[in-house]
Design a protein around this ligand. Sequence first.
Ligand SMILES: *Cc1c(COP(=O)(O)O)cnc(C)c1O
Length: 360
Amino acid sequence: MPERVFNFNPGPATLPLEVLKEAAAGAVNFRNLGMSIMEMSHRDKKFEELMHEAMNDILGVMELSSEEYAVLFLGGGASLQFCMVPYNFLSEDRTADYVHTGAWSKNAIKEARLFGKVNIAASSEDRKFSFIPTSFDLTPGAAYVHVTSNNTIYGTRMTKFPDTGGVPLVCDMSSDFLSRRLDYSKFSLIYAGAQKNIGPAGVTAVVVRKAWIESAKDGIPTMLSYKTHLSKDSLFNTPPVFPIFVVGLVVKWLKAQGGLEAVEKVNEAKAKAVYDAIDGSGGFYTGTVEKDSRSIMNVTFRLKTEELEAKFIAEAKEKELVGLKGHRDVGGCRASLYNAMPLAGAVKLAEFMEAFRRAN
Ligand SMILES: *Cc1c(COP(=O)(O)O)cnc(C)c1O
């Protein structure tokens, strides 16, 4: 078995090797205290410090002020956020606008309909989610507008966000959180399951505009209320201690790389390497989405037949390029190029794609 492969899995996904080593050390003996981070109280000052550092580092790289914003670390995955957002902010007499760009927004919309009216402000469903809409039919006075910044399964990303005219903008950023520079201050709530780009499964980062949380509904179950977690600083109950520890290490790693500007550059270069291999293949590989909607995190493509795709995936694996199978709902191939995937991995994949094309 190789010590390390290039891992293109969509999530849980590749993490920086340095971080894994530090996490492994802390899993046994955290900061030389003679116990694992997993064995410490979540009320221990050392854990609280570590968690606050992770929160502040996230706000720092996003260039958000801690006066206006807070980071919550919650359980339940991004999928619980599909329910928590409308539970806290939508009611039967109000409408929320949803931009429908794939399988994850579909799940989000389903949950919102349990709480109030949903207006589909734009949808790309009629063209198999192969593009990101750029015009939006927004409801004046909507409770909020919900978008998905990166569609992990279809391989599209949003670059132009709706201008909501003061209506709170909510974004599922699970698969491109902390991967690029954006004006994050236009969002009132951002959520991301950690296991795509910032850590292990088990924790969800939720970045909230504090003033909006103050306006959330009362009288909802304690654990599902953002107010609970904001007022208790994510320590109302035992938070996912170990995943938070690893997220903290990943964000420190990200800062050491040079922050969002630096990782965005590398992310663009990785995506370009693989898209160039697709576009330069004379139709041997075909992209599945419109070029101006292409994701730089999840590159999706097809080969001529499913047999050839299976052969491609199997031979890539022999070359230690793993995790290239597309999502079971859409088939094909997908290379996930999250922050921790080095440029060398994308280049090696592009070279393999070229060699496989010549041989087939
Ligand atoms: C993976 C993913 C989810 C679901 O995340 P869980 O943490 O498994 O609930 C939601 N949205 C997007 C965009 C995703 O990529």
